[in-house]
Design a protein around this ligand. Structure first.
Ligand SMILES: Cc1cc2nc3c(=O)[nH]c(=O)nc-3n(C[C@H](O)[C@H](O)[C@H](O)COP(=O)(O)OP(=O)(O)OC[C@H]3O[C@@H](n4cnc5c(N)ncnc54)[C@H](O)[C@@H]3O)c2cc1C
Length: 532
């Protein structure tokens, strides 16, 4: 679907920069590139099909009295379990306040006190109050609404919605455009978009798993596409589970934001026992991976896990956390008086397409921003509310880099018919995709073992053998990269937990870098390993 509103005549014939994805990273990058002509291709209408619109906590930025860049860096490094890139992190954190001011200028209504100063909240593993929020849990929605309005008012930005990008076109060392399938990926025809610069902002991988908080568009297509085009992928094994997805059998699972625990909500089992204090001195505010395993163990042992907000939030719930309140009430749970059933769900991917400080990937002509990347700032475990920060900081840096390195727009034909090549497929409904999601949750999930990973790699190979569709190839490539890297990393660190090697190992205090060719070789070796 091409929205006429977004199709100014002046664009005919110019396709200089193509941005894949209309979440926070994509929209922010387009706005920062203005007045340079930009085309955004988004799988769903912007504002939909993007994790950005669902963010509940907010954005972290060292802006309060007493907070410093160094403190924010130190918290990020501590959360990242020994493999955070400190240089990149310092750069991101230092630029955070300026990007918050940009968002204010675009009209984001961050919460303010009576004097008009920004209200800063505290979240798990942050040593200071540094999260800017909107009406408790409405940050993502409000940010996206403001940016969508700004994009609509920017004539240099053309938005094409419902186009699922399936391929990055590579010519020698360069990415020279993309190929997309219209009608939310259902069209028989594909359309090519030549471009001098492609910025990949396609979000995360949550829907590779059976239980996730992410929209279905976040199924790892971006990482797979980039890997298939030859890009280096970093740290794919590090997947973050959110410990408190609301456990009511919905797909995607609604989220009970971390801010609830920041405000004093506690985790109990069905016997009313507060179990996190036995596991970590910070209790409910321990790092996400620790809380996730605590919740996972209670659920697996049949005792269940519940977030009890009745004392900490109580009657203020509807005003303070309207989104969570609505999700609970829709499932017949009143969080003012009742504990909320919770379970861990895939929430965020620390790994992704390797980028440098300017958002450049290892292939010329391809930049990337947001969750699809691995900039190194999250290490093995993301600090809450650092991902929206990462999206805006690096999207802005990419805009500067492109403006500096590609000064003149190029005239090309856009919208070439790239022909029919492949049956369209509704990814979310297809049996192989469902099988893959179950496999990833079971064998490459909160708790992994060598045996479970070998099994996953063999099953992935089988699924790959019988499914030749391009879009599925992108998705399964990402699954393979995650499973292979998780098998290689014979230790536990951050979001990656191996029950067969539960400790960190000094020789593994390093990031993972993997090309698809390397992953294919490792997967072939693993597939030949005899089952125990
Ligand atoms: C429920 C929830 C709550 C969260 N809360 C917070 C929070 O409080 N603070 C925080 O910092 N982070 C939070 N996060 C994480 C954060 O929202 C994301 O990491 C961030 O929004 C990612 O932004 P993005 O622009 O990279 O991706 P997205 O916002 O996911 O956007 C990706 C875009 O790419 C499109 N797309 C995908 N594949 C294709 C394709 N093949 N072709 C074309 N388009 C494609 C999608 O449709 C979408 O438009 C939360 C995440 C979730 C799910």
């Amino acid at each position: 679907m091409l929205t006429d509103h977004f199709r100014p005549q002046s664009f005919n014939g110019i396709d200089d920069i193509v941005i894949v994805g209309g979440g926070l990273a994509g929209l922010f990058c387009a706005l920062k590139l203005s007045p340079r002509p930009v085309t955004i291709l988004a799988a769903a209408p912007i504002g939909h099909g993007a994790s950005s619109a669902w963010a509940q906590g907010g954005i972290a930025a060292a802006m309060s009295t007493g907070d410093t860049v160094e403190k924010h860096v130190a918290d990020t490094v501590a959360a990242g379990a020994g493999i955070v890139d400190e240089k990149m992190t310092r750069m991101m954190v230092a630029e955070g306040p300026a990007r918050i001011h940009d968002l204010l200028e675009y009209g984001v209504p961050f919460d303010r006190d009576l004097e008009g100063k920004l209200i800063l909240s505290r979240e798990a593993a942050h040593s200071e109050r540094r999260i800017v929020r909107v009406k408790g849990d409405m940050a993502g929605k409000a940010i996206m609404e403001a940016l969508i309005a700004a994009v609509r008012n920017t004539p240099s930005i053309r938005v094409i919605e419902g186009y699922v990008v399936e391929e990055l076109v590579r010519e020698g060392r360069f990415i020279s455009g993309v190929v997309a399938r219209p009608d939310a990926g259902q069209s028989k025809t594909r359309v090519s978009f030549p471009a001098r610069a492609v910025v990949l902002c396609s979000g995360g991988v949550g829907h590779l798993y059976a239980v996730t908080t992410n929209p279905w568009e976040a199924c790892g297509q971006g990482v797979g596409m980039a890997a298939r085009a030859g890009a280096i992928i970093a740290d794919p094994e590090f997947v973050q589970f959110h410990p408190t997805a609301i456990n009511i059998g919905k797909d995607p699972a609604p989220l009970a934001t971390e801010a609830l625990r920041g405000d004093g909500a506690i985790l109990v089992n069905s016997k009313g026992r507060r179990f996190m204090l036995d596991i970590h001195p910070d209790g409910e505010l321990a790092p996400r991976d620790v809380v996730s395993r605590g919740v996972f163990d209670e659920v697996k042992a049949g005792r269940g896990a519940f977030l009890d907000c009745t004392k900490a939030v109580g009657k203020h719930f509807p005003d303070m956390f309207p989104t969570v309140y609505a999700s609970c009430m829709a499932a017949g749970i009143d969080p003012v008086t009742q504990p909320i059933p919770v379970a861990p769900a895939v929430h965020y991917h620390m790994g992704g397409v390797l980028t440098d400080g300017e958002g450049r990937t290892s292939i010329d002509g391809l930049w990337a921003a947001g969750e699809v990347t691995s900039t190194g700032v999250h290490g093995a475990n993301r600090l809450a509310s650092n991902s929206l920060l990462e999206a805006v900081v690096f999207a802005a840096r990419i805009a500067e880099n492109i403006k500096g390195t590609l000064p003149a727009p190029k005239l090309t034909e856009w919208g070439d018919n790239a022909g029919e090549n492949d049956d369209p497929v509704t990814v979310e409904d297809s049996p192989p995709f469902k099988r893959l999601r179950g496999l990833m949750s079971e064998c490459v999930g909160v708790v992994r073992t060598r045996e479970s990973l070998l099994h996953a790699i063999r099953e992935i190979a089988e699924l790959e053998r019988v499914n030749t569709r391009l879009r599925f190839a992108n998705i399964i490539t990402t699954a393979k990269l995650i499973a292979v890297a998780a098998l290689q990393r014979a230790e536990s660190r951050g979001g990656h937990f191996r029950a067969d090697c539960p400790a960190e190992r000094p020789e593994w205090q390093r990031r993972t870098y993997l090309t698809l060719a390397q992953a294919e070789r490792l997967a072939a070796e693993a597939a030949e390993t005899e089952p125990a």
